[in-house]
Design a protein around this ligand. Structure first.
Ligand code: 5GP
Length: 105
């Protein structure tokens, strides 16, 4: 299967500022923001979606939420929404798991 757009960004094949990264995940700004702050928190492992999680991936998914918390603190957001679209029928367009962090601050 070909690399997802997010893997291509992570590998530098498609330009995008990486706001944060560690050995499990990275954070970029959404190219088409739906709020003043709209970040995408993405695991390096190309997990297809929540529906495609393997045994053990819950640690990675938990880590994504920890990064969300840390980004909220770093940006001094007083509150925000976290959204995961799951499957085409759940509004998912990019089939590489990601959490949307949305805030109007
Ligand atoms: P989904 O609907 O899959 O939950 O969300 C995918 C998100 O990825 C959309 O909000 C869309 O704007 C964003 N997106 C798609 N292509 C790119 C891209 O090339 N760069 C960035 N930064 N975001 C993208």
């Amino acid at each position: 299967m070909s690399d997802s757009i997010f893997t291509k960004i992570y590998q530098g094949e498609i330009p995008s500022e990486i706001l944060f990264q560690d050995d499990i995940a990275f954070v970029i700004k959404d190219i088409n923001p739906k709020a003043k702050t709209h970040l995408l928190i993405i695991p390096i492992k190309p997990i297809h979606s929540i529906m495609g999680m393997d045994e053990g991936d819950e640690e990675i998914v938990g880590h994504l939420f920890k990064i969300a918390k840390e980004m909220g603190q770093k940006l001094e957001l007083p509150g925000y929404k976290l959204q995961i679209n799951v499957g085409a029928h759940g509004g998912q367009e990019v089939f590489h798991l990601h959490i949307h962090l949305l805030a109007n601050f």
